[in-house]
Design a protein around this ligand. Structure first.
Ligand code: SF4
Length: 232
């Protein structure tokens, strides 16, 4: 059903408020300290928690792990300014989801259509490894983001941590679900009874995965083909 202009305005305002709360959050002491260290070392960097980015009416949500130190943490936009972002925005552009082939900074004119990008953890973690406690602490923000993205039909989880984080959210409503019945696998599709979204797994487009051939361009295209089909 098409949204009324009032509904769209409320959604926009709710997203704005959520993004403001995320940006000022310091609930994880280790991550807040790490951000403060980098803010001091690199005063030109963004160095704050990074909210999601994209189309509020997206049917496809892309879920990454956390801001990259020299990527989203530097620029302030998910998957912007690092090697993973080059892969991501290139395929989004090729498939008509993005107006630019590259996302360089928060101030460029990049816009997404039918895609929303979020991270499980909104603050850059040391060594790119958030603790389980940090993932759990940040989960309510992801839950709020998903609630606002009420047109979303597919959540594409980049990597096992994103897969597990999304699965845990589903398990909150259905504690009987067992992780072993939903194993992570590239291009694996997982449906949850009564859930608004289907989960689709993908290897993360990290430099490590793309350089070693663990994730090839063909495998990457396959995930977006499946996501597009599932979102119809
Ligand atoms: S990771 Fe999430 S919960 Fe933790 S400080 Fe950052 S925004 Fe807050």
């Amino acid at each position: 059903m098409a949204k009324t202009s009032r509904t769209v305005r409320i959604q926009f305002f709710s997203e704005y408020l959520l993004a403001s709360r995320i940006s000022s959050c310091k609930k994880c002491p280790r991550l807040a300290e790490y951000l403060a260290e980098h803010r001091e070392k690199n005063p030109d960097w963004y160095c704050m928690p990074v909210p999601g980015f994209g189309d509020p009416n997206a049917k496809i949500v892309l879920l990454g792990l956390a801001p990259g130190l020299k990527g989203a943490n530097r620029t302030g936009r998910p998957f912007t300014g690092d090697a993973a972002g080059i892969w991501l925005y290139r395929i989004l552009f090729q498939r008509g989801f993005c107006n630019n082939e590259e996302s360089i900074s928060r101030d460029d004119n990049t816009g997404l259509r039918n895609i929303y990008i979020a991270n499980v953890v909104k603050c850059v973690p040391p060594g790119n490894k958030p603790t389980g406690e940090e993932v759990n602490t940040c989960s309510p923000f992801l839950q709020e983001e998903l609630k606002l993205l009420d047109s979303a039909k597919v959540v594409v989880c980049f990597g096992k941590v994103a897969h597990d984080a999304y699965f845990k959210i589903r398990k909150l409503l259905h504690p009987e679900l067992k992780g072993k019945d939903f194993p992570f696998g590239h291009a694996a599709v997982h449906e949850f009874e009564g859930a608004p979204q289907i989960m689709l797994d993908s290897f993360h487009p990290s430099r490590l995965n793309t350089n070693t051939g663990r994730l090839t361009w063909e495998m990457w295209e396959q995930v977006f083909e499946v996501a597009t089909e599932l979102a119809k």
